[in-house]
Design a protein around this ligand. Structure first.
Ligand code: 3H9
Length: 700
């Protein structure tokens, strides 16, 4: 028997305990341990029933994700679960924390389930590009019905114990000590002569589904599931659950699970699972670094972004002061915030009372009054170095000692901004992404002198306001925008070569991006891009760079906000613009650019993605990002790159860096060295047959 699972007895009740920190994942020793302990229980004549319980902070949180992608080792989880279920004596799962994935499947292999009210249960496999492959797709529909089971498995969202109890997935809620309560419940079952309840012997209740159910279900999730592989596989499993005998349906589940496991989607989504945890770790800023207290914040600039930032803090109960330049601008800023909250109330996602509480936490000022006692001050004015320097000079005079001074710059040099203060160690970049309520990324920019406790506090605050923080270094555009520039550059160059803007966007959308590069440019504002270009002193010496965008701005076509940009807009839907096509044609003639309107979809993707990956390699070499996986998190959380691609660097690895370099060499022959010379790191990895992931492991 492995140490991670132990067998003991309390009178007539066997207690089988899993102890595999941190989350009791079902690694091979745990599966073996469970098998051994339940065999011992079956043989133990003194034991009338068993309780399966976990030590530590949670019940089993799932299969061990680190084992995936390697050959499966016996005993495989479904086998362990079936053996447990077949036991002639009653088994009770005792749940605290989160019973997730294989953890819930194990609990469903037990005959009864009890839980503390704070527990949660769920099948989040879909978030890893998988399906619940240890009989979960067959058991949950039997427990709570096919519709509720599909909702739980396709969303991956956990269910609180009380709701699960009402739905029939939890049999008993235990107030107080779980072990005592679970033993008492097991004793009660024995006393009442309860028999093992085996879900595999039950059939799915199909009374509230009709023959259109699955087709309608597919339609209802089409938007949220666009491009993803696993949701459809889950639906197929539930179809099997309602139409096939249990054993056959389990076989089907296993086949579909293996397809998921072998898919590039699951590899990408598993990569992101670990990437999102790794990016929280900063090598020279250990988790126990002392943090500064943040009780009150100020936001300088009450535009859409500034207001959105203020709301994020109010939402978690932290008061904030919004600073604008005059009463009119302040009223407008506070009005936008109120309007946003009112919309959320109308949609039923916020109570009026909660809205009032949030609004009470936000005050306004047109001078620096009320800012002198703030612990964190975030400047969110438009992207202009001179203006930002002026503001930081003033903040230096009014901010209290120890206040964190943050700039929501998207491109500019934090060190230059910090140099305007007498306290560069307190200065850091907090780059939010628009729309702030959709994009979960926060790029934290570490200046040369930024103090470690400022970084630690910023990381902790990001988590508090539900942002995914990635720490990056100083360069123009940091990680995200610096890599997005080549992507937008290629979109612009392809337009000059005669490729219609809507075709480029369609190909990018079908590849998985939430929106194509031209749609994003129109949404951000073409004038904003031109301003960025003007601030970008070390940009490539190329007259074709973003030239179409510049010409559009000269004609007053700023993007969605003026109902005309690269596309025309009637409402929010983009319509191809003859004016844009004419500008592109005229500029191409002026610059002598060869027309190649029929380039393949493959080339469109290669040029968009490989230009980005190459910039990513430079960023890694320069130490601007700590890890390739941090870059991936930036693009998934800040730019609408689909999770099933795993981020640009993972995508490069998945394609094979040798193939990326070979394609770049092809473009280099055609377009020259300026953009297509592989970065030294990329060239070396490709030559050595290695990946960015290998490089990260070697440099960890
Ligand atoms: C599955 O079950 C498939 C089956 O259907 C079929 C099988 C045949 N494995 O998140 P945290 C690590 S698929 C390995 O920071 P929290 C994690 O990397 C699985 N490692 O803690 C981190 O390591 P580090 C379905 C895991 O308190 C540490 O534990 N289950 C696993 O914020 C702490 O994690 C899921 O998808 C794992 N399963 O949140 C649940 N889980 O410290 C995945 C965590 O080195 N897990 N680690 O960075 C979670 O959602 C959260 O971890 C949980 C705790 C909510 C449990």
């Amino acid at each position: 028997m492995g140490d991670v699972v132990s067998y003991s007895r309390e009178g007539e009740i066997a207690v089988i305990t899993v102890n595999n920190p941190p989350v009791n994942a079902l690694s091979l020793p745990v599966r073996k341990g469970l098998q051994d302990c339940f065999r011992q229980f079956a043989q133990d004549a003194e034991a009338k029933a068993a309780v399966l319980i976990c030590d530590g902070r949670t019940f089993i949180a799932g299969a061990d994700i680190t084992e995936f992608g390697k050959p499966p080792e016996d005993p495989w989880l479904p086998k362990v679960i079936h053996e447990m279920e077949a036991c002639e004596k009653v088994i009770v799962a005792a749940i605290h924390g989160t019973a997730l994935g294989g953890g819930l499947e194990t609990a469903m292999g037990c005959h009864y389930r009890c839980a503390v009210p704070s527990a949660q249960i769920g099948l989040p496999e879909v978030t890893l590009g998988l399906l619940p492959g240890a009989t979960g797709t067959q058991r949950l529909p039997r427990l709570i019905g096919p519709k509720a089971a599909l909702d739980a498995m396709v969303s991956g969202r956990p269910m609180p114990a009380k709701k699960a109890h009402a739905a029939g997935a939890i049999d008993e809620l235990v107030e107080g000590d779980l072990k005592e309560g679970a033993i008492a419940y097991a004793k009660k079952l024995v006393a009442n002569g309860a028999k093992p309840r085996r879900l595999s012997e039950e059939s799915v209740d199909t009374s509230d589904i009709d023959e259109h159910f699955f087709a309608e279900y597919r339609n209802s999730i089409a938007r949220q599931a666009r491009g993803f592989f696993a949701p459809e596989q889950i639906i197929k499993c539930v179809e099997a659950a309602v139409s096939l005998p249990y054993e056959e349906a389990v076989k089907r589940e296993n086949e579909l699970f293996m397809e998921c496991m072998m898919s590039s989607h699951s590899a990408a989504q598993r990569h992101l699972f670990f990437a999102e945890r790794a990016c929280q770790k900063v090598l020279d800023v250990p988790a126990d670094t002392p943090k500064r207290e943040v009780k009150k914040v100020a936001v300088i600039g009450g535009g859409t972004m500034g207001g959105g930032i203020g709301m994020k803090f109010a939402n978690v109960g932290i008061p904030g002061v919004l600073k604008e330049i005059n009463d009119e601008a302040l009223e407008r800023g506070l009005g936008i915030i109120r309007g946003n909250y009112e919309n959320t109330v109308k949609k039923g996602r916020l109570s009026q009372e909660a809205m009032d509480q949030c609004m009470d936490l936000i005050s306004g000022t047109v001078d620096y009054q009320g800012i002198d006692d703030c612990d964190l001050i975030i400047e969110a004015v438009f992207e202009n170095m001179a203006l930002k320097k002026e503001i930081f000079g003033e903040l230096d005079k009014v901010a209290k000692k120890g206040a964190i001074l943050a700039s929501n710059t998207s491109t500019l040099d934090i060190d230059e901004i910090a140099a305007c203060t007498s306290r560069p160690e307190d200065v850091i970049g907090w780059h939010f992404f628009a729309p702030a309520n959709v994009m979960t990324l926060l790029e934290l920019v570490r200046g040369k002198q930024t103090a470690k406790d400022v970084i630690a506090t910023s990381m902790a605050m990001a988590k508090k306001i539900r942002k995914t923080a990635v720490l990056v270094g100083v360069c123009f555009g940091f990680v995200g925008n610096r890599m997005f520039f080549p992507y937008q550059r290629e979109a612009g160059l392809m337009m000059l070569e005669g490729v219609p803007a809507d075709r480029i966007d369609k190909v990018a959308y079908e590849w998985g991006w939430a929106m194509g590069p031209n749609g994003v440019a129109d949404l951000s504002g073409l004038d904003v891009l031109v301003k960025v270009k003007n601030e970008w002193t070390e940009r490539p010496d190329d007259p074709a760079l973003w030239v179409v965008i510049e010409k559009l701005v000269e004609k007053g076509r700023m993007g969605q906000k003026t109902k005309a940009g690269i596309f025309d807009y009637s409402g929010r839907a983009p319509v191809p613009s003859a004016e844009t096509a004419a500008i592109a044609k005229a500029e191409a003639e002026r610059l002598g650019i060869e027309q190649r309107p029929d380039i393949s979809d493959e080339e469109i993707i290669e040029r968009l993605m490989y230009s980005m990956i190459n910039e990513g390699a430079l960023i890694l070499e320069e130490g601007i990002a700590m890890r390739p996986s941090d870059i991936d998190v930036v693009f998934v959380h800040g730019y609408g790159m689909p999770r099933y691609r795993g981020g640009p660097m993972h995508y490069g690895d998945a394609v094979g860096l040798d193939k990326v370099v070979a394609a770049m060499e092809k473009y280099r022959q055609r377009y020259g060295d300026m953009y297509w010379k592989p970065a030294p790191l990329l060239a070396k990895l490709a030559k050595d047959g290695k990946s960015f992931d290998d490089w990260a492991a070697e440099n960890a």
